[in-house]
Design a binder for this molecule. Structure first.
Ligand code: FES
Length: 220
C-alpha cells in the first residue's frame, strides 16, 4: 500500500471514519506518542548535560589537583606481583598501588620493561598500549589523541600537560614481574624512593643517601 492510499473502511487499527470512540482512542494514542518523545528528548538532554558536566568537573578537578592522581599516594606501597612473566611485545593492564589505580606494563621488543599509570594526565581517560603505532609502539589516549613515549612516558602529541606517572617494576629471578613503587610525572626513581621512604622507612632513605636522611640513632 502506498502512503497516499487510505485504509479500508473497516480497518480495526484505524477505526471507521467518523466513529467518536475510535477518534478519541486515536487522539489518546497521539498524545501518548508526543509525551513519550518529549520524555525521550528530556532524558537525552539530561544525559548530555550530565556527561558534559562530569567531564568539566573532572577537568577542573584534575587541573586543580583535587582528584587523586596516580603516584600521589603517601607512604611506601606494598610490592605486588602482576605477572608470572612478560614476553617482549606483550603488555599487561593492572592496578597499582590501589585497586582504583589503573596501570599498564609493557615489555619492549629489546627486553626493556616499563610501567606507567594508565590515567591520562589531561582529563584522566584510560591510556592504551598500541604496539602498531610508531617505531616501537606508543601509549595512546584516544579521548583527545594524547600520545606518550613508551620508553619515558613523555608527552609526544596532543593536549596532556605532563608525562605519565611511572610504576616502578622489578623482575624477579624466576621471571615474575612485580610493581614495587610509583613515581610522579617527571620524577626519577631515587627521588620517588626518597619521597616515599622519608617518613615511613627512614633507614632505607638513609641507605639511598636521600637528602636530609640519616640512620636512626646516628648523630644529627
Ligand atoms: S584525556 Fe587524554 S588526551 Fe584528553
Amino acid at each position: 500500500m502506498s502512503v497516499t492510499e487510505q485504509p479500508p473502511a473497516g480497518d480495526p487499527s484505524r477505526g471507521p471514519a467518523g466513529d467518536p470512540a475510535a477518534e478519541s482512542a486515536r487522539q489518546a494514542l497521539n498524545d501518548r506518542i508526543a509525551a513519550d518523545s518529549l520524555t525521550t528528548r528530556r532524558d537525552y538532554l539530561r544525559i548530555v548535560a550530565t556527561v558534559s558536566g562530569g567531564l568539566a568537573v573532572g577537568g577542573i578537578g584534575v587541573a586543580a589537583g583535587v582528584l587523586h592522581r596516580h603516584g600521589d599516594n603517601d607512604g611506601v606501597p606494598e610490592p605486588k606481583k602482576i605477572a608470572n612473566a612478560l614476553a617482549p611485545g606483550e603488555s599487561l593492564a593492572f592496578r597499582y598501588p590501589g585497586d582504583e589505580d589503573r596501570a599498564v606494563a609493557v615489555r619492549l621488543r629489546d627486553g626493556t620493561l616499563v610501567g606507567y599509570s594508565a590515567v591520562c594526565t589531561h582529563l584522566a581517560c584510560a591510556v592504551l598500549w598500541r604496539e602498531d603505532r610508531g617505531m616501537e609502539g606508543e601509549l595512546l589516549c584516544p579521548c583527545h589523541e594524547g600520545v606518550f613515549d613508551v620508553r619515558t612516558g613523555e608527552v609526544t602529541a596532543g593536549p596532556p600537560p605532563r608525562p605519565l606517572p611511572r610504576v616502578i617494576l622489578n623482575e624477579d629471578t624466576d621471571g615474575s614481574v612485580w610493581a614495587v613503587a610509583t613515581a610522579r610525572s617527571g620524577e626519577n626513581d631515587k627521588d620517588a624512593w626518597c619521597r616515599q621512604f622519608a617518613d615511613e622507612a627512614p633507614d632505607r632513605a638513609a641507605l639511598l643517601e636521600c637528602p636530609g636522611s640519616r640512620i636512626q640513632g646516628s648523630p644529627a
